[in-house]
Design a binder for this molecule. Sequence first.
Ligand SMILES: CC(C)(COP(=O)(O)OP(=O)(O)OC[C@H]1O[C@@H](n2cnc3c(N)ncnc32)[C@H](O)[C@@H]1OP(=O)(O)O)[C@@H](O)C(=O)NCCC(=O)NCCS
Length: 210
Amino acid sequence: MSTPSADGLEVVDLAREDLPEAVGVLARGMRDNPMHVAAFGNDPNKRRRILERLFGALFRVMVAQQPICVRREGRIVAATGVAPAGSCQPTPRQGLALAPAMLAAGPRAAGRASRWIRAWGARDPGEPHVHLGPLAVDAHLQGQGIGSRLLAEHCRRLDAAGEVGYLETDKPENVVFYERQGFETVDRADVIGVASWFMRRSPRATGGAS
Ligand SMILES: CC(C)(COP(=O)(O)OP(=O)(O)OC[C@H]1O[C@@H](n2cnc3c(N)ncnc32)[C@H](O)[C@@H]1OP(=O)(O)O)[C@@H](O)C(=O)NCCC(=O)NCCS
């Protein structure tokens, strides 16, 4: 357990019992991302509900996940999924377990979402990598440095372990956010009509084990 820093933010592993709170933060924070609008339609409340169901299923089914969160005054203000090397793509069994949450979005949305997820999955690097996401700061708290703190802790862990980081994103302003901490764009594609960036980060020498 870490102690909060001067800004009151504490970046910690997400406890299993806090998953519902973190999933709420992720669903609110990512509700308006272009990919989610393209996949799930124009109704913001519907998008949030679909994302809550999908992220809930993701963390329940993808058991290797090691999510991180940021807390302020005891509340979760940001969260991210972290898939350790070799665990980011669902096995056939995990794919089946995820299907009901996807289908609950409705047949057309589920079709668009599966095209999106297949297109991103097809670009997954062949090399071992730690896969970041979904990542969000709660909707009303973005732009205050919270996401940078979360990403810095993720990158610190990558460097300490000497591991490659990888992620996908759908907003140009996010590309700048990730570049600041050493991610580089390795591919770009239009996926269900939405620009996607694929980003990789090499580990930096830390000068000793942490
Ligand atoms: C992307 C995100 C995690 C960044 O965290 P944050 O706490 O808002 O960002 P910080 O304050 O630490 O850093 C600010 C930088 O983030 C980027 N940024 C991306 N989205 C932003 C937003 N909605 N508000 C403010 N900055 C944003 C900009 O590059 C910004 O730099 P600038 O201030 O020089 O323009 C957060 O904005 C978010 O949750 N966005 C919506 C969901 C999302 O896109 N998640 C990432 C999916 S890959």
